[in-house]
Ligand binder design. Structure first.
Ligand code: ATP
Length: 464
C-alpha cells in the first residue's frame, strides 16, 4: 500500500480533515464543493450528501453566499450553529480577479474556548494599562534639586559646576556614567535649574519598553491606529514634555529603526503620531543618559553617528563612586537618616570597621549598590550601630568576621574598643567638630586629641 502523501486532491482532503478548524468550500453559486470530516461530523451529515447542495440548506446562519456577493473577506464573525456560538473566518476565492468561490473556517467551535482567550487578553490589557499609568506617574516631574544631591568631592563639584553652566539654554545634554552613579538625579537637577523648570519633566527608559511600543510611547498614536488603541488616541512623551524637558534614559539601547525616527524629529522639531498624518510642532529640550560606550556602538553600526552628534552637544560624565570615596560617609549618613525617618527608628551609625570597609570597597553598582547595602544593613541590625557583620556578603567576603558575641580580648582591650566606638559616633554626630565632641563627652580638648590620635580617628571621613 502506498502511504506517501501526494500532491493530489486526496492528500489535500486528508490534510484538511486533520485540522481542528472546520472547513467548507463553495463554488460561485454557493454550492458546497468540500467540507472537512470534523465539520460534517458536527453537523451530523455524511459529507458526500452535502456536496452539490446550497450551503444555506446545510449550514445554519452561514454567510458564505454573502462573501461571494461582496467579494470581501469576513474575519472573526460570530455564527450560531446547532445552539452553539462559533467564530468564523470567510474568504472569497478568486481567479484572475473574478470570485469563483469561497472558503470558510470555523476557528473556535465554541465561544467558551474563545471567551477563555478573550478573558485572558482582557486581563493582560488591563494589567498593561495599570502599569503604564503607574509608570507615567512615576516618570513625571523632577524631584531632585542640585542641592539635594549628596557629595562634595572635587569630582562631583566639577559635575555640579558643569550642570549649572549648561542648564540655561536649550543644548541637548548627554549624561554618561556607570549604572547607579546618579544620572537620572542629575537630569532632574538640570531641568530644575533650567528656564524650563516650570514646564514638565518627562522620563522614558528606552531599554524598558518593548521595541514595538516605543514609537507610540514617544510620539503618541491617533484614534484607531491599531487594535486596542484608546478612543481619542494617546499623547506621546514628546507632546507631554512640551515646553519642558524630555529625559531619554538608556539611549544606547534604542533600536536603530527608532534612532532614525528620533533623528528626524530632532532635526525637524515636529512629530507625527502613529496612525496620523498630521505633523505637530514640538518645543522640547532633550536630555539623554547612557552607561553604554556610544562611540564603540557607532563603530559597530549599532548607534547612528548623526544621532550621536545631535544628542551629545554637551556631555556630562558622572564619576564612579570608587573615584569619589570622600562622598561615602555623607552618602551613608544621608541614607541612614532617610531610613530612620521612614521607619520612625533612631538613625544608627556605622562602626569604624563597617565604614572602613565601605571606604575600601570598589562599589561596581555605585551609589545604587551602596543605598541597597545600607538599607539591608539597617534592617538587619537592631541597635544603634551598624557593624561590619551586617553589611552584605559582597562587601565582607574574604574578610575575617568576629562574631560579636564571641568577641575575644582582655577587659582593657575591650574597653578600648568601646571607647573608640563612642568617640567615633560622637564625632560623626558632631559632624567632625572635635571641640564639640569633647564637650559632649565631658573631656578636655587635649584629651580628645590624644585619644583620636591613639585610635587613628583623625581621617577626613568625619569632616563634613
Ligand atoms: N548624589 C546622590 N545623592 C543621593 N542619592 C543618590 C546620588 N546619586 C545616586 N543616588 C541614588 O542612587 C540610585 C541610583 O541613581 P540613578 O537612578 O540616578 O542612577 P543612574 O546612573 O541613572 O542609574 P542607571 O544607569 O542604572 O539608570 C538612586 O536611588 C538615587 O537616589
Amino acid at each position: 500500500m502506498d502511504i506517501s502523501l501526494n500532491r493530489d486532491l486526496d492528500s489535500l482532503n486528508l490534510a484538511l480533515d486533520a485540522l481542528d478548524e472546520w472547513v467548507v468550500v463553495v463554488d460561485h453559486e454557493a454550492n458546497i464543493q468540500f467540507i472537512n470530516q470534523p465539520y460534517a461530523q458536527f453537523l451530523g451529515i455524511k459529507r458526500e450528501d452535502a456536496y452539490g447542495h446550497k450551503v444555506v440548506d446545510v449550514i445554519e446562519n452561514t454567510r458564505m453566499h454573502s462573501v461571494l456577493k461582496s467579494g470581501k473577506k469576513e474575519l472573526s464573525k460570530l455564527q450560531k450553529i446547532r445552539g452553539r456560538h462559533m467564530i468564523a473566518n470567510r474568504y472569497p476565492i478568486r481567479r484572475g480577479g473574478e470570485v469563483i468561490g469561497a472558503i470558510g473556517f470555523v476557528v473556535y467551535h465554541d465561544t467558551h474556548q474563545w471567551q477563555q482567550i478573550n478573558t485572558q487578553i482582557k486581563a493582560l490589557v488591563s494589567d498593561l494599562d495599570y502599569y503604564r499609568r503607574a509608570l507615567d506617574k512615576e516618570q513625571t516631574g523632577a524631584h531632585y534639586h542640585i542641592n539635594d544631591l549628596i557629595g562634595r568631592s572635587p569630582a562631583i563639584q566639577n559635575v555640579n559646576e558643569k550642570i549649572k553652566k549648561v542648564a540655561g539654554g536649550d543644548a541637548s545634554v548627554l549624561i554618561r556614567g556607570e549604572s547607579g552613579t546618579g544620572k537620572e538625579l542629575y537630569a532632574h537637577a538640570l531641568h530644575l535649574l533650567s528656564e524650563r523648570s516650570k514646564g514638565p519633566f518627562i522620563k522614558i527608559n528606552c531599554a524598558a519598553i518593548p521595541e514595538h511600543l516605543l514609537e507610540s510611547e514617544l510620539f503618541g498614536y491617533a484614534e484607531g491606529a491599531f487594535t486596542g488603541a484608546k478612543r481619542g488616541g494617546k499623547q506621546g512623551k514628546f507632546q507631554l514634555a512640551n515646553k519642558g524637558t524630555l529625559f531619554l534614559d538608556e539611549i544606547g539601547d534604542m533600536p536603530l529603526s527608532m534612532q532614525a525616527k528620533l533623528l528626524r524629529v530632532l532635526q525637524d522639531r515636529e512629530i507625527e503620531a502613529v496612525g496620523s498624518n498630521r505633523l505637530v510642532k514640538i518645543d522640547v529640550r532633550l536630555v539623554t543618559a547612557t552607561h553604554q560606550p556610544l562611540e564603540k556602538l557607532v563603530e559597530v553600526n549599532e548607534f547612528r553617528e548623526d544621532l550621536y552628534y545631535r544628542i551629545n552637544v554637551v556631555s556630562v560624565e558622572l564619576p564612579p563612586l570608587r573615584d569619589r570615596r570622600e562622598d561615602i560617609p555623607a552618602l551613608a549618613e544621608h541614607f541612614l537618616t532617610r531610613l530612620a525617618g521612614r521607619t520612625g527608628r533612631r538613625a544608627p551609625k556605622l562602626t569604624v570597621d563597617a565604614l572602613t570597609r565601605m571606604l575600601e570597597y570598589a562599589w561596581p553598582g555605585n551609589v545604587r549598590e551602596m543605598e541597597n547595602a545600607i538599607e539591608s544593613a539597617f534592617y538587619l541590625s537592631q541597635g544603634y550601630k551598624i557593624s561590619l557583620q551586617a553589611l552584605p556578603a559582597a562587601l565582607t567576603d574574604g574578610i575575617e568576621l568576629i562574631d560579636q558575641h564571641l568577641e575575644q580580648g582582655t577587659l582593657k582591650e575591650r574597653l578600648a574598643l568601646a571607647e573608640k566606638e563612642i568617640l567615633e559616633q560622637t564625632l560623626v554626630a558632631c559632624k567632625g567638630n572635635r571641640q564639640r565632641a569633647a564637650k559632649v563627652l565631658g573631656i578636655g580638648k587635649t584629651t580628645i586629641y590624644d585619644k583620636l590620635v591613639r585610635y587613628q580617628l583623625t581621617g577626613e571621613s568625619f569632616d563634613h
